[in-house]
Design a protein around this ligand. Structure first.
Ligand code: EPZ
Length: 427
């Protein structure tokens, strides 16, 4: 098992290049199965979730050719299997997108239930409700979700909760269905818009992505395309918060500032100084951060995927902050790790009360999930002395070359194996 060792207590300085968005990539890769000719996908992040999906596509029969580190050509024409096993899904949430993509392609799909980060119960009832409205029979048997339709037809679907996954899965299943599908109370995240743009570039007819009502008029066929994935909003936010939390001065490059509005607004409340450029944002923190209130919400609200990172920053703020989780039942599992580093945080249900301390202290901690792991890195960078982070495979699921990127900002962070030797960088 590999670990990160961080010698913290120094401000981050410099600029960092943001990679393609994980949560767009993991929707777009399964969507390639809907095309009738090869697709070239650019700006793919080098993260383990992408590697897992490329392997799954290849096991389904698609041709996968790596063109360079962030570009891949996928030829879906010979994909013949509609089964995604537990081994192929490897505990990823995004494996559920094969349900929508395979249904759209073959009118049948058999997929191991999705895994992913543990935030309490993660149901897929809204995905199933959508598939059923499109004419699919869905049963769960022998640990697999089995979805079959004689043919798919458009339908009007109202989502009971704003769900990124259900919105994406219904788009994938509906894009070649007969007639008009309307998704109401749809999720509006940038990766929903990116998927719609990708599908439209293949010939789909999708309108309204980015609003609460998405209209999908089914088309007969989708053709291969060349498409570049949007920058990762959460990776950018993570480096922005790390800059502020260490009292640094960092420019995050290759970003879409519009996607970062809620994060920028909250950082300004904590006292950070932000400059926005066309494709970059500079973050400086001139003094001790100020306490504030944060509530996570679906986009355009403050993203739940930034909640552990901002809470870590607030752990050294002047005053008491209130952080309310508005998306997941249980996304405070990392708090126990942060308190090992001296943070003063009381969690009651979906609310954390954070009483700012002057400094965090280095300690051995664990990455309990992906963004919690990013938060532990930020905490390690803030705390003087040596912090060791275990269970870092969670972090590799979503952050490209994270030790290299933080090192380029002046951080002392290294990846070591069980014997303390430097480990090969993740690629
Ligand atoms: C996506 O998960 C992201 N994952 C998550 O990011 C992110 O936290 C989440 O959206 C919210 O923004 C990917 O894009 C791969 P949801 P998803 O369906 O689609 C409830 C990260 O760190 N719900 O929008 O699984 C659910 O319980 C990851 O990158 C139902 O009740 O999230 C939750 O409370 C972690 N029934 C809420 O909706 C359903 O059928 C939002 O979930 C589906 C969801």
């Amino acid at each position: 098992m590999e670990k990160f060792i961080i010698n913290g207590g120094r401000p981050l300085h410099g600029s960092v290049h943001i990679s393609g968005a994980k949560n767009a990539a993991v929707a777009i890769l399964p969507a390639v199965l809907l095309a009738d000719s090869p697709c070239v996908i650019e700006n793919l992040p080098q993260i383990s979730d992408v590697k897992t999906l490329l392997t799954s596509l290849s096991e389904l029969g698609a041709g996968v050719r790596i063109i360079n580190k962030s570009t891949v050509e996928i030829d879906p024409r010979h994909a013949a299997s509609f089964i995604v096993t537990k081994e192929m899904a490897q505990g990823m949430r995004a494996s559920s997108y094969f349900l929508g993509a395979l249904l759209g392609r073959f009118c049948k799909a058999r997929v191991a239930p999705p895994g992913g980060c543990d935030f309490g119960v993660r149901p897929i009832d809204q995905h199933i409700k959508g598939f059923e409205a499109l004419g699919t029979r869905v049963i769960i048997e022998n640990g697999m979700v089995d979805a079959r339709a004689a043919s798919l037809h458009g339908a009007s679907i109202y989502l009971d909760v704003v769900s990124v996954g259900a919105t994406i899965n219904i788009m994938l299943a509906a894009v070649k269905a007969r007639g008009l599908t309307v998704i109401e109370n749809a999720a509006r995240e940038p990766h929903i818009v990116d998927l719609a743009n990708f599908l439209n570039s293949m010939g789909a007819d999708i309108m309204g992505a980015g609003t609460g009502v998405i209209k999908i008029r089914g088309v007969e066929k989708l053709s291969g395309t060349q498409y570049s994935i949007i920058p990762d909003q959460i990776e950018a936010g993570t480096y922005m918060v790390a800059a502020a939390a260490t009292g640094g001065d960092v420019t995050v490059e290759n970003v879409t500032p519009k996607h970062l509005e809620s994060i920028i607004a909250k950082l300004i409340e904590t006292g950070a100084v932000i400059e926005e450029f066309d494709e970059a944002v500079r973050v400086r923190m001139p003094g001790r951060p100020r306490a504030c209130k944060v509530k996570t919400l679906p986009h355009p609200g403050f993203p739940t995927d930034m909640q552990p990172q901002i809470s870590t920053l607030l752990s050294i703020a002047d005053g008491t902050s209130i952080v309310t989780e508005g998306v997941w039942d249980n996304r405070f599992r990392y708090v126990e790790q942060l308190t090992l580093m001296g943070a003063d945080i009381q969690v009651d249900g979906k609310t954390a009360v954070i009483t700012g301390v002057e400094h965090l202290k280095s300690a051995p901690v664990r990455a309990v999930d992906l963004r919690a792991g990013a938060a532990m890195i930020i905490a390690g960078l803030m705390a003087p002395g040596e912090t060791v982070i275990e269970d870092i495979s969670h972090i590799d699921r979503g952050y490209e070359l994270i030790t290299e990127k933080f090192s380029s900002l002046g951080a002392d962070i290294k990846r070591v194996n069980d014997y303390g030797a430097p480990a090969a960088k993740f690629a």
